[in-house]
Design a protein around this ligand. Sequence first.
Ligand code: DGL
Length: 276
Amino acid sequence: MSTSRQKILVFDSGLGGLTVYRAIRALRPDADYLYLGDDALFPYGALAPDVLIARVNTVIGEAMGDFAADCIVIACNTASTLVLPHLRARYTIPIVGTVPAIKPAASMTKTGMISVLATPGTVSRDYTQELIRDFAGGVAVTLVGSKALAGLAERALRGETIVDESIRAEIAPCFVEQDGKRTDVVVLACTHYPLLLVRFRRLAPWPVEWIDPAPAIARRVVQVIGESRVEGDGACRATFTAGVPAEASLLDALAVGGLRVISSAPAADAKGYTRG
Ligand code: DGL
């Protein structure tokens, strides 16, 4: 067994990547982690593609200066569907992305009707269209771009009360009935959404399979960097570009995941970024 502790950088626009971080850490508790949330520019779902590509390159570059990761996980569909080629051209270490789980959904559906619940950015991507074309032939795919849901998930994790009606309205378009058939699989194509999964299940007009990609991403990380290699747990730190979060409920949620928040200068100035 090698004695070096591997380092994994998990990145998202905010708190959604925690769903992915937890799944990876469950498989590789020995690694050192840096969780990086670019909350100064949250939500990414509304950013223009060129702005998003430049921003992710900047914040990842600055984080890598302090934390020379052995693997970068882009725990954000909105970013992954655009920036993976750019990051792979820049770094030789494995870069694991998060893209809509359309292939497993298409093989799981019995009614031939699936929905993809994502940010407006992700549903508009060519990448998403290519996944549908390549893996969902013969399946009716409903793309649902929610403007509000990632923000609602953030607010819930920060301790705010979110009324059922706000959540119900966002998930409602996923449920389609046609010719006596109904949607039976919904892809959670934004890493924030599994944070609200208990409520989605309760508020759904009928039961469906909800696909949370986190376990598959975690297995992919282990596939590319290997199994645990040192004894004991690694150090787990979180940093946010908007500064140290003040909400006790969020700090508790991070602590449950073993994450200690460290302050750092905002990785890049959030001013001057325009919304698409
Ligand atoms: N968590 C991100 C995703 O998986 C996006 C949330 C946002 O910043 O809009 O797409």
